[in-house]
Design a protein around this ligand. Structure first.
Ligand code: EPZ
Length: 422
């Protein structure tokens, strides 16, 4: 079993460059299906989910070549219609090929994505929106089978779903007439996708606000775009430094994408400065307790909740964390408690009583962000911590050990121990 061995008790210092956002790059790659031709998408992180999305595009008849300046995607006149289960199972975000394929071909078959550790991950808002645009969506042996020529309409999302906003925005670019998405997600990755679609010739206004208007056009053309920096990778490094202590510069981190996170880190006692290069954070004392509530952007990001819980676990007092986005995102707390944290969860709330130190203990990453959080806990723990479940971490971070290593962390990735001769 591959594992990290993390040496605890070291303060962090140095600088690290943030890569392009996983939660944008995946959708940018899916959006390329909307236009025949040679697309280039730059600053795509080299992570497992991107590998899966490359495979999905190739299965749909595209060519995908990774070069120094990004992913070069050749989209054919008629992409295929089916995203198979064995790929969708690996990466549920594959569901975002549904909108582009339906818009481009009038037909799409996409395997139903599974849930995951943090929640059921429903897609009803995606499907209801597409049906309002005129799609007929059937279920056939675990596959969504969608057909129909799309027309513009008004859609109000019950919840500002990140993925539903993206799927519907992409579908609407080629629909007949105008589509309005009310209660749209406002994340920076939505703005990034709208910028790429606009370069492809789409007519979109309001991306980044709760109302997005898309005027359908007859056709789009290939384009070139660089992925927005990953605010979640940046936030992970910042919280790591606030937890372990130190003085770090996170290059290309966009403070305007992390307002509430930076405000909470300052409340915890960190000195946070926006510089021309990115964000600098200094932390010289034990964190102060901080209450935080996860909400859709621009609220505190659910994808930094596990990391922030670790900071609070070592604070000089009691913090209350509230998780409003996913129904099961406190799963990793049990692992943290095994390292000596004093946390009680009650439904959507967690009461975190700060302790003076955490102890190294073998822990396992249950999902991407909880995995990063456990590595952060290991950085602050006494002793050397073994972290397994690296496949989950590698889905969302390109060599997390190198990123944190650049800041002075001592993390060794050990290959799976050879199976003992039986
Ligand atoms: C995206 O997931 C991200 N993933 C998630 O990051 C992130 O946590 C999430 O947005 C929220 O910001 C990618 O972009 C690949 P949602 P997504 O649709 O689009 C409910 C990570 O670690 N919902 O905003 O699936 C849903 O059940 C991952 O990088 C419906 O009820 O998120 C959930 O409770 C984890 N019906 C809530 O909305 C729907 O049709 C948020 O889901 C869709 C969603």
């Amino acid at each position: 079993m591959e594992r990290f061995l993390v040496e605890g008790g070291r303060r962090l210092s140095g600088r690290v460059r943030v890569r392009g956002a996983k939660n944008s790059a995946l959708k940018l790659m899916a959006a390329s299906l909307l236009a025949q031709g040679e697309h280039r998408i730059g600053d795509v992180p080299n992570i497992a989910d991107i590998t899966t999305m490359r495979a999905v595009l190739e299965r749909l008849g595209c060519t995908v070549e990774s070069r120094a300046d990004g992913e070069h995607i050749g989209v054919p006149a008629e992409p295929g219609l089916e995203a198979p289960y064995e790929l969708v199972r690996q990466m549920r975000a594959s569901i975002v090929v549904l909108g582009p394929l339906l818009a481009r071909r009038g037909r799409a078959r996409v395997a139903m994505p599974g849930g995951c550790n943090i929640g059921s991950r429903k897609i009803d808002l995606h499907l209801k929106g597409l049906e309002r645009m005129g799609a007929t969506i059937g279920f056939d042996h675990g596959y969504l089978d969608a057909t129909g020529s799309l027309r513009g309409t008004d859609i109000a999302l019950d919840w500002p779903s990140h993925g539903a906003t993206e799927n519907l925005m992409m579908a609407a670019t080629l629909a007949k007439g105008a589509t309005t998405i009310e209660n749209a997600a406002r994340d920076p990755e939505i703005v990034d996708l709208a910028e790429y679609l606009t370069k492809m010739g789409a007519k979109i206004s309001g991306a980044g606000t709760q109302t997005i208007v898309i005027d359908g056009v007859d056709g789009l053309h290939a384009a070139s775009h660089d992925t927005v920096p990953d605010r979640l990778e940046a936030g992970t490094y910042l919280i790591a430094a606030a937890t372990a202590g130190g003085d770090v510069l996170i290059e290309r981190a966009r403070a305007d994408h992390l307002d509430i996170v930076l405000s909470k880190l300052a409340d915890a006692g960190a000195e946070v400065d926006e510089t021309l290069d990115g964000i600098r954070l200094k932390m010289s004392e034990r964190p102060k307790p901080v209450d935080f509530v996860t909400l859709p952007y621009p609220g505190f990001p659910t994808d930094l909740q596990p990391q922030m819980m670790v900071l609070c676990a070592l604070a000089s007092g009691t913090s209350i964390a509230t998780e409003n986005v996913f129904e099961n995102r406190f799963m990793f707390v049990d692992e943290l408690v095994r390292m000596g944290a004093d946390i009680r969860t009650e439904g959507h709330h967690a009461v975190i009583r700060g302790v003076h130190e955490l102890q190294a203990a073998p822990v396992r990453a249950p999902d991407i962000r909880a995995g990063a959080a456990l590595v952060i806990a290991a950085l602050a723990a006494q002793g050397t911590t073994e972290v397994t479940g690296l496949a989950n971490i590698d889905r969302g971070y390109e060599a997390l050990e190198d990123g944190l290593g650049a800041l002075g962390a001592q993390i060794v990735r050990e290959a799976a121990a050879p199976a003992r001769a039986s």
